[in-house]
Write a protein that binds this ligand. Structure first.
Ligand SMILES: C[S@@+](CC[C@H](N)C(=O)[O-])C[C@H]1O[C@@H](n2cnc3c(N)ncnc32)[C@H](O)[C@@H]1O
Length: 188
């Protein structure tokens, strides 16, 4: 998708520049703080981020805000190499692991929280795989676009689980909401 390629380019620049990195980080910071609250993330959580790109801000900030360990999976080999290099430069390799693979094939047993980036595609297939393999009680956070931006991203036509809770993001991001699904959980 065009938007994914564009985001990867911007994040590649952020990966390469100490000046640009904190500027792009501003786009994510409050969004990720809200997501931490929504999923009640704790230091003992084992988080899987699907779609990290060349600069895995979500994984980095989730770890920095909570102390949780994070695994990032991306299906673009170049992105995986670039982000693994950034994680090494930041000295975070003990806390953040980067792997190459498809979200729709990932073995997600053992993760307590799973996060889907806005650009993940196909979202329905990825969710189906997660729900089949993840343990009961796993929390799944899914970023969804603003209505106006729907055409730019892969849609989530239906989800086999009811949404538990949802948080709205600011005007200045393409992400409209992050939805929380809990396998085997109650609906709020
Ligand atoms: C550009 S990034 C944006 C994520 C952002 N850096 C973050 O921290 O939230 C989105 C990435 O998702 C990856 N992606 C999309 N669909 C995927 C899938 N089904 N499995 C694995 N990775 C996927 C793309 O390769 C892309 O690099």
């Amino acid at each position: 998708m065009l938007i994914t390629a564009l985001t990867q380019k911007i994040e590649w620049l952020a990966n390469q520049s100490r000046l640009f990195y904190p500027m792009v980080a501003l786009y994510y910071k409050n969004m990720i703080k809200r997501e931490v609250k929504l999923a009640e993330l704790k230091p003992g959580d084992n988080v899987l981020c699907i779609g990290g790109g060349p600069c895995p801000y979500t994984a980095i900030m989730l770890h920095q805000l909570t102390g949780a360990s994070v695994t990032v999976v991306d299906n673009n080999e170049e992105c995986v190499q670039q982000s693994a290099d950034l994680i090494r430069r930041m000295g975070l390799e003990d806390a953040i692991r980067i792997v190459c693979g498809e979200g729709e094939e990932m073995d997600c047993a053992g993760f307590t929280v799973i996060h889907l980036a806005l650009q993940v595609s196909p979202k329905g297939k990825v969710l189906k795989n997660l729900l089949a393999r993840a343990g009961n009680g796993v929390k799944i956070l899914v970023r969804l676009p603003k209505e106006l931006m729907n055409g730019l991203y892969c849609p989530l036509e239906s989800c086999p689980l009811p949404c538990c809770k949802c948080i709205k993001h600011s005007f200045f991001t393409n992400v409209g909401n992050t939805a929380l699904y809990i396998k085997g959980g109650a609906v709020w």
